[in-house]
Design a protein. Structure first.
Length: 138
């Protein structure tokens, strides 16, 4: 088994409703442990930035489901590769909703004070998610 990390960005479509985020998180909480997946999801009512970690085959299958999901558009692979350890292993899927912290960190890790994951490099997207997840625990 190869431990893999994948980060993607996407935009919500008109088919997305606020209830969908709860459904997505419930499905991740129920299914990800069985699949060996972990990760973190940031969503600000416009953009998604998500990191998936786990076995390569399972990460790839989940990403393909996301690409085909009509609630996402402009799905963009930000980073993908084999890793030696998980950064988000304590969560089946950590959800960080839109808050002031996201806006404050957006300027630190991108060229804008407005959260837009398409304006982040692979390294800054990972650092953003790690900082966001760690800060939301305190």
């Amino acid at each position: 088994m190869y431990l893999t990390r994948l980060i993607y960005a996407s935009s919500q479509t008109e088919q997305f409703s606020q209830n969908d985020i709860e459904a997505m998180m419930a499905a991740a909480q129920a299914n990800n442990p069985r699949l060996g997946l972990s990760g973190v999801l940031c969503f600000n009512r416009k953009f998604f930035l998500q990191c998936l970690e786990g076995p390569r085959e399972q990460v790839n299958l989940m990403y393909n489901k996301i690409v085909a999901d009509p609630r996402h558009r402009h799905v963009t692979l930000v980073a993908y590769g084999e890793v030696d350890e998980r950064y988000f292993g304590q969560w089946a899927m950590k959800y960080v909703p839109d808050n002031q912290q996201i806006q404050a960190l957006a300027f630190r890790f991108s060229d804008s004070d407005d959260f837009n994951p398409y304006r982040m490099t692979a390294a800054s997207a990972l650092a953003f998610l790690r900082t966001l997840a760690a800060d939301s625990e305190t």
